[in-house]
Design a protein around this ligand. Structure first.
Ligand code: AMP
Ligand code: TRP
Length: 324
């Protein structure tokens, strides 16, 4: 059975971009893979953050994932900082990673622009820690959204370089791209993200979902109700494709093009479907919030299992590198 590994940062509310681009795909994969999922708190601290808020964000990220369908009986879920081998392996990987490769990472360039006052070494080395996350467990598949493909390619390069220098220890991990790998923000300007005000949260209340969708960008060229629209360039249609039934998608596609349906009605169908999908997740999350010990227990069991795998890999790594 091949092993999958993926991670999510506890950096704010989990968005429907995370859900459609990653988590929902993870849930589909857990039955056929040995699956490990990680709340990557050590990645989240590479940009400014509120210390007092981090523990709750870590808890919420874990509980949201469980609520969204990551059944703890079928996978390991844990918090990165509870398995110290991640940072140890990242240090060893630093020695085979060219600085030029890290400087070329799109996410580093973007975050450097957003956080000019704190472009720290951790932010620069972020993809090295990510490679360590994956390779510590010798995972061969990594299900992510499109924005992470470049980081996984780098993880593959790091595995190859390490193996060439120290012996064949690591697999070269492959991406499993989700069917909806890039969800745009509601303003249609940039990728939907926790750090921007352009998202719908997975745990959001129905009224709030409706009001956000009501003002979301559609096909900009469609000025009046009587103008035909173009679903191919409409962000709302993209969301339909991941949340509505095949019949509804067909109908919206055809009717929009001949102005048979307006944006208001089209958004209403989408809102109904989104709320139907998210309602049970929110309810399950509220339940878990009332029983935090259960979540902590899942995370502790996950970490214990991961520490065993991590210890064995590190033993091999230290030996191969002459650190004995
Ligand atoms: P992050 O929130 O950056 O930790 O991302 C966690 C996962 O969600 C990664 O696999 C990302 O690729 C995925 N993801 C985040 N935002 C989006 C988006 N707007 N569309 C698709 N996938 C996304
Ligand atoms: N960098 C990823 C993101 O921002 C999160 C992450 C950390 C990750 N380690 C990982 C994803 C390992 C996949 C595998 O989305």
């Amino acid at each position: 059975m091949s092993r999958i590994f993926s991670g999510i940062q506890p950096s704010g509310e989990i968005t429907i971009g995370n859900y459609l681009g990653a988590i929902r795909n993870w849930v589909r994969l857990i039955d056929e893979h040995d699956s490990i999922f990680c709340v990557v708190d050590q990645h989240a601290i590479t940009v400014e953050y509120e210390i007092a808020e981090l523990p709750k964000k870590i808890f919420d990220a874990a509980a949201t994932n469980i609520a969204a369908g990551l059944d703890p009986a079928k996978c390991a879920l844990f918090v990165q900082s509870r398995v110290p081998e991640h940072t140890e392996l990242a240090w060893y990987f630093n020695t085979v990673t060219p600085m030029g490769d890290l400087g070329r990472m799109t996410q580093f360039k973007e975050k450097s622009k957003q956080h000019r006052e704190n472009i720290n070494v951790g932010l620069f080395g972020y993809p090295v820690l990510q490679a360590a996350d994956i390779l510590l467990y010798k995972a061969d598949r990594v299900p992510v959204g499109e924005d992470q493909v470049q980081h996984i390619e780098l993880a593959r390069d790091i595995a190859r370089k390490f193996n060439a220098r120290f012996g064949p220890i690591f697999p070269e991990p492959q991406v499993i791209l989700s069917p909806t790998p890039r969800i745009m923000g509601l303003d249609g300007q940039a990728k939907m993200s926790k750090s921007m005000k352009n998202y719908i949260g997975v745990l959001e209340e129905p009224a709030s979902i409706r009001s956000k969708l009501a003002v979301a960008l559609t096909d900009e060229n469609r000025k009046r109700r009587t103008d035909p629209g173009n679903p191919d360039i409409c962000n709302i249609f993209t969301l339909h494709k991941s949340l509505s039934s095949p019949e509804e998608i067909d109908r919206v596609n055809v009717e929009c093009r001949r102005a048979g349906i307006g944006c208001v009605d089209c958004k209403k169908i989408l809102a109904d479907n989104m709320i139907r999908e998210l309602d049970p997740i929110r309810e399950k999350f509220r339940e878990l919030e009332r029983r935090p010990d259960e979540v902590h227990d899942v995370l502790e069991k996950g970490a214990a299992r991961c520490r065993t795998i991590a210890a064995a890999t590190m033993d091999e790594v230290r030996r191969a590198m002459g650190l004995r």
